[in-house]
Design a protein around this ligand. Structure first.
Ligand code: HEC
Length: 136
């Protein structure tokens, strides 16, 4: 009896490990990143730079500094950071969809591959994906 329970536990553990999703498995579409680029150009580039390399006070949103900052955090954390505080001159002005699209564009600029389905703006979905600086 007891060994049966242990086996089920081990199997569940294996399934859960296999389900850790990262931005490396194609979690947004190319079209979505394109929409995000338009949001970025309109609302972010003036401070973070056309190439995302940062300027003055605004940090780069790509490259090793960004990746180190966000390593092991959820996409929901990045999304919320943007939703609550960005654009810094007009926080809260983006819709959830625009915020999600801009996250997709940031992922694209950080070398994450596009995939078949769009990144959803639902919190549970954003919460289920972990940002990993290094491709596993
Ligand atoms: C008016 C200038 C300005 C605009 C416009 C702006 N930002 Fe920022 N952003 C900043 C500054 C300054 C910081 C660093 C200080 C802070 O966190 O407020 C920052 C920080 C960030 C961070 C945290 C970076 C890190 O690694 O910790 C993210 C993410 C971000 N911005 C995304 C965006 C996005 C996406 C947009 C467009 C929707 C945007 N920002 C528009 C000025 C701006």
């Amino acid at each position: 009896m007891t060994s049966g329970i242990v086996l089920v536990g081990a199997a569940l553990g294996a399934v859960m490990t296999a389900q850790v999703r990262t931005q490396w498995s194609g979690i947004y579409t190319a079209e979505q990143a394109k929409r995000g680029e338009a949001v970025y150009t309109q609302s972010c580039a003036s401070c973070h730079g056309d190439d995302m390399a940062g300027a003055d006070m605004a940090p780069a949103l790509n490259g090793s500094m960004f990746s180190t900052n966000w390593n092991d955090q959820r996409l929901s954390d990045l999304f919320e950071r943007i939703r609550v505080s960005m654009p810094a001159n007009e926080p809260g002005s983006l819709s959830r969809q625009q915020g999600t699209d801009v996250v997709a564009f940031i992922l694209f600029k950080n070398a994450a591959p596009a995939g078949q389905s769009e990144l959803s703006s639902r919190s549970e979905e954003l919460d289920s994906i972990t940002y990993k600086a290094v491709k596993p």
